[in-house]
Design a protein around this ligand. Structure first.
Ligand code: SAH
Length: 384
């Protein structure tokens, strides 16, 4: 039996800086077959794993007291062994009349991560973290400034999604009970640098009940800084996820600064990998572009980006920069943004500007986390 979160066969670029006490093992760390072996290893009959995964994925970690297919006196014990608590809510902050909620979670070793639930009229999306911190060091991103603390396990990633699914089912956001429909890997961390755990979490999302949540791969967005070996591996999976590439500028010179991993895989290499992904999956990919005033929002850069993307199966998602505390950079002027969009559209490149859902709780939550940890928790980027 292998644990899906170790050792990452594609441990990209950065290793965990310190040896930590391992996170508790959880059925969500394993494939459905390995869950049975996990139960056996714990001295339980294998079928107990199937009962518990059903409770976890179909009823969203409902209270063990309600697990009527398991003898009363064993319910708590089984829950503790197979579905130990991996994330504990520290606090939630809401905005947009309650339709956006950011949850701050503490993991078993005290590490803090965030997820955000966003309810729209036609869908409900959760934005989740794949790592505590991030090793990619992009200077405009708050998460990058703190560095990488550690990878999350598949169970810890999945737990954020299950918690969101549960909140939706329980009608915790205004509008009553609903179904979690979309998952975006746009919280803290670089998902392609924690590949094995992230893919186990993806399978937990896409596998049908009772093995998983039964949410389609098309409803998942995987956002990457552009780790080409990760994109290539993802292409081999043959899953129609939506791939989002954080390009932020079309030229290598500036990208070496904005996205430092560009010195390892440049713009051309990243786009070639994304093209191969689109060809294999038939899915249009998304180019993420944070518009930063006077840094990457010049008309000539819009032209260069238009020329680069015009014959590609890609669309551009412009993100008004969300300034991080202490940063000298800010969002583009409205005129510059409008002109940027116009130029891209003149190349027939589909372009959207991300809405600013949850902007005001970025700061609020940072303050909350700061109070917890004496340091600012990164602002998460809220997808459209
Ligand atoms: N590591 C992944 C996912 C993390 S964040 C990635 O880089 O894609 C999701 C998106 O938010 C990325 O495109 C990231 O570049 C962007 N982002 C980070 N900080 C930002 C900020 N301050 N303002 C606007 N977008 C930001």
């Amino acid at each position: 039996m292998t644990r899906s979160s170790e050792p990452a066969e594609i441990k990209l670029v950065f290793d965990e800086p310190v040896l930590r006490k391992k996170s508790p093992r959880h059925i969500a760390d394993f494939s459905p077959e390995d869950r049975r072996a996990f139960a056996t290893e714990l001295g339980l009959p294998a079928f107990r794993a199937n009962q518990v995964e059903n409770h976890y994925f179909t009823h969203f970690a409902s209270e063990p007291q309600t697990w009527t297919d398991i003898p009363l006196e064993m319910r708590d014990k089984f829950a503790e062994l197979l579905t130990p608590t991996l994330i504990e809510l520290v606090r939630s902050v809401t905005c947009d009349n309650g339709m956006t909620r950011k949850d701050l979670w503490r993991l078993h070793d005290g590490v803090l991560v965030e997820s955000v639930i966003m309810r729209y009229t036609d869908r409900t999306t959760v934005c989740i973290s794949s790592q505590a911190g991030c090793g990619m060091n992009c200077p405009f991103c708050a998460t990058g400034q703190a560095g990488l603390t550690r990878n999350l396990t598949a169970g810890e990633i999945t737990a954020q999604i299950v918690a969101a699914a549960r909140a939706c089912a329980l009608g915790e956001l205004p509008g009553g009970s609903t179904r979690l429909s979309n998952i975006v890997f746009m919280g803290m961390g670089e998902p392609m640098a924690n590949y094995v755990a992230v893919m186990r979490a993806v399978r937990n999302i896409t596998d049908a009940n009772p093995h998983g949540l039964g949410i389609s791969a098309r409803s998942i967005t995987m956002s990457t800084v552009g780790l080409v070996n990760g994109i290539e591996k993802l292409t081999e999976e043959g899953l129609p996820l939506t791939l989002a590439v954080s390009l932020h500028t079309p030229d290598d010179e500036l990208r070496n600064t904005l996205v430092p991993i560009n010195s390892r895989w440049n713009v051309k290499e990243v786009l070639t990998a994304a093209d191969a992904y689109a060809a294999k999956t038939g899915r249009r990919y998304s180019i993420e572009y944070a518009l930063i005033r006077d840094i990457n929002d010049q008309t000539w850069r819009a032209d260069l980006l238009g020329r680069l993307l015009k014959n590609r199966n890609a669309h551009v998602n412009l993100i008004p920069l969300n300034p991080t505390p202490g940063s000298k950079w800010t969002a583009s002027r409205p005129e510059a943004q409008t002109e940027f969009v116009r130029i891209l559209e003149s190349y027939a490149v589909p372009t959207t500007v991300r809405d600013t859902r949850g902007r005001e709780i970025d700061g609020a939550c940072g303050q909350l986390a700061g109070a917890e940890k004496q340091k600012t928790t990164p602002a998460m980027q809220i997808p459209k």
